[in-house]
Design a protein around this ligand. Structure first.
Ligand code: ADP
Ligand code: MG
Length: 318
């Protein structure tokens, strides 16, 4: 992994002032996230609702400007026009992200027109057909409207739209969370297959670790606007270093018999409010390992056995 990353985020911060919680104070949605995405890899990002995943996603694709910090694409800052085209997004809810008054053909050809990628209506139509085929939809249905498709098919339309500009990176923000369980695996598999065949790099955001397990080369775990742990999937799932990761894993069904005896760790309550994150380590209020140091000293993301964890009591391999 010595090659230059295709996408790099350096110390991103985003605070929302105004909005629902404004009376209580500013919402610190993302507080110092740095990460790298390498060409052709899938980086899974997981964390509880409200931990800043969507805010991070929007900053990564240039839909939202960070208060501080920087996103670069192949070493160049956003948002140059060709960079815009190279980094695309798939949204959580295809029903609200697709204009219901546009046909599938119009929806998928819109990015082609915006970026002047196919000349003339016949060429655009042919390209839309190709893209629909690529995501497993019947090109003969391109004159239909989004509501005439199932949830899974609508998400495929969203994926076709993202693929239209032949991006190097697609940031998928909980692409299967709004779908029925039975359909989730199909869409996850489609993304994994596209990643392999097209070599596109994916950021795959999900609510829980189980969803991204089989498709991620690396995984990052977020907690209250920060990265708690990040590294190769085998390490994060196999030998988690951060107590929060251990808690998330132990709450999930455990398929491997060797791990069945493992003690279940229950996380108490909801995460604290991002309006007033706890001082020190943000996780200390829910952590069974916490000591005095944890409530005053914010832990840095440091290397632990090939991956990185932000914890004063990170589990180190024996
Ligand atoms: P996630 O995707 O992990 O659920 P979000 O990035 O959507 O998290 O939100 C992180 C925090 O920022 C939440 O507390 C959320 O309410 C707040 N937030 C997100 N977007 C806005 C916005 N546009 N205005 C005000 N607060 C926001
Ligand atoms: Mg979200």
């Amino acid at each position: 992994m010595s090659a230059e990353p295709v996408l790099r985020a350096v110390n991103l911060h985003k605070t929302y002032r105004g909005g629902l919680l404004s009376k209580a104070g500013a919402v610190r949605a993302v507080s110092g996230v740095s990460l790298e995405l390498h060409a052709g890899e899938t980086l899974g990002i997981v964390g509880e609702s409200g931990c800043g995943k969507s805010t991070l996603a929007r900053m990564l694709v240039g839909l939202e400007k960070p208060d501080s910090g920087e996103v670069t694409f192949r070493g160049r800052p956003f948002p140059a026009r060709d960079v815009r085209r190279s980094v695309q997004m798939v949204f959580q809810d295809p029903l609200t992200s697709l204009n219901p008054r546009m046909t599938v053909q119009d929806l998928v050809s819109e990015p082609l027109q915006v970026h002047r990628l196919a000349n003339g209506a016949p060429a655009r139509r042919a390209r839309v057909g190709e893209l629909l085929d690529l995501v497993g939809l019947d090109p003969d249905r391109m004159n239909r409207f989004p509501h005439e498709f199932s949830g899974g098919q609508r998400q495929r339309i969203g994926i076709a739209r993202a693929l239209a500009t032949e991006p190097d990176v697609i940031v998928c923000d909980e692409p299967v969370s709004a779908l029925d369980m039975s359909v989730q695996a199909q869409v996850v598999n489609l993304l994994a297959e596209l990643q392999r065949t097209l070599g596109v790099a994916l950021v795959f955001i999900a609510h829980d670790l189980a969803v991204v397990r089989h498709v991620s080369h690396r995984v990052g775990v977020m907690y209250l606007g920060r990265v708690a742990e990040i590294g190769p999937a085998t390490k994060v799932y196999g030998t988690p270093a951060h107590p929060y990761t251990s808690a998330l894993l132990s709450a999930a069904p455990v398929p491997r018999p060797s791990l069945r005896g493992r003690k279940r760790i229950m996380l108490g309550g909801d995460p604290p409010s991002p309006v007033a994150p706890p001082p020190g380590c943000r996780f200390h209020t829910r952590c069974w390992k916490a000591t005095a140091e944890c409530s005053t000293q914010e832990p840095a993301l440091e290397p632990v056995d090939d991956h990185f964890a932000a914890c004063h009591h990170a589990t180190r391999p024996a």
